[in-house]
Structures are given as structure tokens and as C-alpha cells.
Design a protein around this ligand. Sequence first.
Ligand SMILES: [Zn+2]
Length: 73
Amino acid sequence: MRAMGVVAKGAKCGIDGCDEAGARSLGTARVEAAGLRVATGGKKAVLCRAHYKEWKKESKDDRDLERARYGRP
Ligand SMILES: [Zn+2]
């Protein structure tokens, strides 16, 4: 696609079904690991602000979940 540099001007969010303006660019694998569905097949996925927030939340939750699981008797 036309992703050049961090976030190409005018790039749209790469999440399936989302049409917001892109704010951050992340590796597609990391985005999918957080449970978000990326519509593009590239190595990098562009996320809008809302989805970037969601991604951050999801990745943090994952870590907290792991810790909670192992920390509990
Ligand atoms: Zn989005």
C-alpha cells in the first residue's frame, strides 16, 4: 500500500470496517495479537486514535491477565 514513513498523510485506519484517519502505525502481527482485525495484508498496520487506544488497552490486559493467572494459587 502507500504507507510511507510512520503514517502517510491521509492514511486511513487499517482495521477492518473502520474508516477513521490513521494516527499510529504498528506491526500488523502485534495488532492482530491484541485481537484486532487488520484489513490490509501489509507488514505495517495504520490505526486511528480510537483503535490505537484499544490496542494499547488490549496488550496491557493480556499482560495483566498473565500476571494474575500466575500470581494466583
Ligand atoms: Zn480505526
